[in-house]
Design a binder for this molecule. Sequence first.
Ligand SMILES: [Zn+2]
Length: 561
Amino acid sequence: MQYDLLIKDGFLVNGSGLPGYHGDLGVADGKIVAMGKVDGPAREVIDARGLVVAPGFIDVHTHYDAQLFWDPWATPSCWHGFTSVFMTNCGFGLAPCREQDREYITRMLVKVEAMPLESLKAGVPWNWESYGEYLNALDRRLGVNVMALAPHSTIRYHAMGEEARKRHATPEEINAMQSIVADCMEAGAFGFSSSYGPVHFDGDGLPVPSRFAAQDEVVALARTLKDFHRGTVCVIPPGIPKIGSADMDYLARLSRESGRPVVWNLLSQTWDAPDHWRQVLDWTAEAFREGARVHPLALCERFDLTFSLRGAVFEDLPAWRAAIKGSRMQKIANLSDSEIRAAMQRDLDDPTPKVFSKRMQDVFVSAVCRDEHQSLVDKNLVEIGKEQGKTPLEAMLDLAIDENLDTQFLIRGFQNGDEEAVRSLTTNPHVLTGGSDGGAHIAFLCQVTYSTFLLSHWVREKNALTLEQAVRKLSFDPAMLLGVPNRGLLKEGFAADLTIFDLDKVQAKNREFVRDFPGGASRLVARADGYRYTIVNGQVLLRENEPTGVYPGRVLRSYEQ
Ligand SMILES: [Zn+2]
């Protein structure tokens, strides 16, 4: 047999969790056609001695919906072994969208997923109206494979117009939305996404459309998937779901009534309820026994958050939200006002659990603009406050104002600060590992490193999982759970999506700012060492993590067999 690609002498880890073995792998016509001992003529031979050959990873929660138009590789995901990205999460997408609604949808994405306005304006071609037309527009030049969801907020705005951000839907409007979700499924969507996320606001500072939906509406839309016998329901519940609360019932109901798996994000360890995650996992196991497939999505690493006071932060702290608003001048005026400061302090003293733990000892100065402040870098606000005889809040605001609000702060362990909790989450079989949010929040967040961290930290350094278990978490589990046909395993007949890496060397590099987006926007990215070949549909997309100039990716459709 003539192979397009022959990978020799690798350590084949097939994604099922079964033990890896030394062998070869032959590829023809974009598919894996032979495994084990493989000889024969080949157009290209890859020497994989000392390297792991694994199914390409699937990044399960991303927002590359716009970025893929100017970055068909979906960086930084592709630098971390990912060959497919699952996008249109949280209910936000670019279709269906009429011409007159483009501005609203664009401003919503700018606000809610912190995508740069200048890049969306310069980079999104907007040559579609329906969801199917959008998928086709995207399918013209792709490096990686893409799977998309039907986005609730976008659909709600399409069906209800301005009323979408005012009130509950009528039965007729719910019917209209159900038929749009069905259209999306017919076009190949992999399910439905929605959000009650308390920090999800649109471009006008109003809650996003999906937050105006009654739970019955979300359940009704999820039920649309039932007749298709495919698709996953991906949601953000209201707040952090508490055991025994209506939120947990809601998640179980979504799965039971749709007959489909539910993925909700994000389960993390937080300091205001440090053992809550454990109760959620117990609840999850019980829900499964009773027929509700409800998977928490969890990151496998500590989650640090970088922010400045130039942009919105801690939107669920009312005084903070009110103060950090308007022009830079206006913000500085607000943050200098002693009454406003007192109100912000009251937000911090309020024991009600919020997204930010309010532990000021975890907030560090990460970058300053003025030389005289250099000594503050890597100190936390409690330390700095003590040195300066101020409260931590005063120390933070004085420093930021002194630097025209450009000071960068970092919350260490914003979530997942407890390593043992993260280990349990990472090794739990009900938990879907992921939550990179790739393509979103790019000015201050980069969690795309999770695959690399799983391999370097949890497999190589901590032995918390075997290599085989970790690869399964990144390939077969997401493919199975999200219904990705013929991917996620090394298996004859399956698509040749492969990542070939050196387990001894695989390591995320430090996060860095790059200015490579349309319109000149800058973003936070992290590259990685150790990935040698990234192969999509049988073609080498990246060699040593550099593009080879081919575009083998495509929009996958959930109806494919
Ligand atoms: Zn998201």
